[in-house]
Design a protein around this ligand. Structure first.
Ligand code: SF4
Length: 143
């Protein structure tokens, strides 16, 4: 199966601070599946490292107050193109990210508070019928 995966979960250092968030349960899926690493923020044109961002009122702002909604939405559209090209029905995306988070994201105050909602890429993929799960749910998958 072709599975889209947040690149940072596979050990690629594409997070805002130049780090990764490798999760072995996710990496190990490569034994049986074709994992396709994607980073919507980089594909939307943002640099690594970059200022961290959060969603507020449907828009995305960096911690310095710059509106980066356009870049986040461009990245989301590119991820969707990749998902379609590879006929992906499942995406495993990094929880709480303003791009990749599904179901819960930070509230836009940069104080670590979570609210209901999804990141721009996760939201678009789910809207297009692709199943999105976070890394903590990988153990429950029967693939
Ligand atoms: Fe990871 Fe997604 Fe953030 Fe890229 S945009 S660093 S893949 S959580």
């Amino acid at each position: 199966m072709n599975i889209l995966v947040s690149a940072c979960l596979l050990g690629i250092p594409c997070r805002y601070d130049g780090s990764d968030k490798e999760i072995l349960d996710v990496v190990n899926l490569k034994e049986k599946h074709n994992l396709i690493p994607i980073c919507p923020e980089e594909l939307g044109g943002l640099t690594t490292p970059r200022d961290p961002s959060e969603i507020r009122d449907g828009k995305v702002y960096s911690k310095m107050g710059i509106d980066v909604t356009k870049e986040f939405e461009a990245g989301a559209r590119k991820i969707l193109e990749i998902a379609k090209e590879y006929h992906c029905e499942l995406a495993i995306l990094k929880e709480r990210s303003p791009s990749c988070g599904y179901g819960k994201v930070y509230d836009g105050t940069f104080q670590g508070k979570l609210v209901d909602g999804s990141g721009k890429a996760a939201e678009l993929l789910a809207k297009e019928g692709i199943k999105v799960i976070g890394e903590s749910k990988v153990k429950d998958l029967s693939l």
